[in-house]
Write a protein that binds this ligand. Structure first.
Ligand code: ZN
Length: 510
């Protein structure tokens, strides 16, 4: 693989606390065969080592590779024809009808993520039967293939559910409430090709056995607490324990999900998971918008993490997660894009900036997440939830060489007060377009803003070509069924009373 010396006007090794990061001025990282051998002043390292290649310079800042800690598909729902809408009816929107080539979709997304400095992603994948007939293993193995070809690290999980496909009530009761012709169509769509727990476990097992790269981890995922029976949840937990792997789940994303817990178990979904013995450091939960104080205590006690998705929470009308309260209790919080970044472009630097701004509670002396904290969430915390924490997330001797060179001149253009903290400069002003070079395991994936392994324009053209033409008959029928079901699902949720509760943040009042 060879060696390289990566130089920056600043090398940001890691965030230390809310106020400071470990930064080396005119520093460099020397890596050999993907391992960080030495970090220090550039002149010292230059004198001591004879690298195959030198990168960066005094116009750059070097940071650890960024982690997108919760993600799904590549092309966004908006690109596939759906405006933002609440999660529950959103599942019946137009985007879910079109079959997109899993390899091309993932590869395109990986290229976009690399362009914004993401070196590791938590990819959470729905199990679906595709009209083209690929089985679960084959279609999902193509997603992992795309990541492995891209050079990124991935923690990949398949998710599935076994109940509440339409609303939060028994599916049969909902189907009975529909006009009979629609009910028949929906029932047929559901039962024609059910996806079982066995399908889920065996596909995940095969993926673990066949993963090709050290940059890949295979996790497992129940879709959400109320979408899975207790037997399902226990079997998934057991699988993770047997394979010593990670568990990823959507949790209390919407007020309806919290209300379901109150009504069905008398406790929150997270507390119900606790009662089933599901919680532990291997668990990461996406969203966690509707958490109670005792949920936050439970996360802190058990070491489970939250993957925070601020853009998605806004775009899907879900709310604002109590991240300040989680951080105060020492809960590990990572940042994810959830296929719904605020610019619809998978730029993690924008997501970090939104995460910083949205948790500024009104008033003097109120919580105000620092840039160092945000950087920590997008690096070290993300590496921990994806099980890459021992190898990446910080720049340290002995760790793997995952890092990003940002163009500091562009971030500072045309002037930035010279006393500005470099981490503030990156979090306040950095954009994907400022990312110059991305390195994973010592391998350069992006150099001078240009991909080294793929021709971006060619992949874009292949994606376009694969989606040209009308929907295939199967997909068109699914789209019609979704369109017809959506108003009934919307009406059901609109009529649901929501649990009362006081808010974690006070954003306004009347
Ligand atoms: Zn999600």
């Amino acid at each position: 693989m060879g060696s390289s010396l990566i130089r920056g006007k600043y090398v940001v090794c890691r965030a230390i606390d809310d106020e400071t990061s470990e930064v080396i001025e005119d520093g460099a990282v020397f890596q050999r065969d993907g391992q960080i051998i030495e970090i220090g002043p550039y002149t010292d390292l230059k004198a001591r080592h004879d690298p195959d290649e030198e990168m960066g310079g005094r116009d750059f800042v070097v940071i650890p590779g960024l982690v997108n800690a919760h993600h799904h598909m590549g092309l966004t729902p908006f690109q596939l024809g759906s405006l933002d809408m609440p999660l529950e009816p959103g599942i019946f929107a137009k985007w879910s009808s079109r079959e997109v080539d899993p390899y091309l979709d993932t590869l395109w997304c990986a290229l976009q993520m690399i362009e914004s400095g993401i070196t590791t992603v938590m990819h959470n994948q729905a199990m679906v039967r595709t009209p083209s007939g690929l089985d679960f293993y084959d279609s999902n193995a193509r997603i992992v293939d795309a990541y492995e070809d891209s050079g990124m690290r991935v923690a990949f999980s398949l998710y599935n559910r076994d109940q509440h496909f339409f609303t939060s009530q028994d599916d049969e009761v909902f189907l009975e409430s529909l006009p009979s012709a629609l009910s028949d169509r929906a029932r047929k769509g559901m039962s024609a090709r059910p996806i079982t727990l066995d399908d889920h476990l065996s596909a995940s097992e095969k993926m673990i056995a066949n993963k090709a790269s050290d940059r890949t981890r295979i996790f497992i995922s129940p879709h959400n607490v109320h979408w899975c029976s207790d037997e399902y949840l226990i079997a998934i937990k057991d699988f993770a324990t047997r394979h010593s792997t990670g568990l990823h789940i959507h949790l209390q994303e919407t007020a309806y999900q919290k209300t379901y817990g109150d009504e069905h178990w008398g406790v929150t979904p997270l507390a119900h998971l606790g009662d089933l013995g599901f919680l532990g450091p291997e668990l990461s939960c996406a969203h966690g918008v509707w958490l109670t104080d005792s949920d936050i205590d439970l996360l802190a006690e058990t070491g489970a993490s939250i993957c925070h998705n601020p853009s998605s929470n806004l775009r899907l009308n879900s709310g604002i997660a109590p991240i300040n309260r989680l951080l105060e209790r020492g809960v590990n919080v990572a940042i994810g894009i959830d296929e719904a970044g605020i610019n619809d472009d998978n730029d993690i630097l924008q997501e970090m900036r939104l995460a910083q701004k949205i948790h500024r509670e009104p008033g003097v002396g109120m919580a105000n997440p620092s840039s160092h904290r945000i950087l920590d969430m997008a690096t070290r915390s993300g590496a921990r939830v994806t099980f890459f924490g021992n190898e990446t997330g910080t720049l340290e001797v002995g760790k793997r060489a995952d890092m990003v060179l940002l163009n500091l001149e562009r971030i500072s253009e045309p002037y930035l007060d010279p006393d500005t903290d470099v981490v503030d400069a990156v979090v306040y002003r950095g954009r994907g377009s400022d990312v110059d070079t991305v390195i994973v395991d010592g391998e350069v994936l992006l150099r001078g803003g240009v991909h080294t392994k793929f021709d971006r324009a060619e992949i874009a053209a292949r994606v376009r070509e694969s989606l040209a033409g009308p929907l295939k008959p199967d997909a068109a029928a699914r789209a019609r069924l979704n369109t017809d079901l959506k108003p009934y699902v919307e009406r059901w949720f609109a009529n649901q009373p929501l649990s009362e509760g006081s808010t974690h943040y006070r954003y306004n009042a009347r």
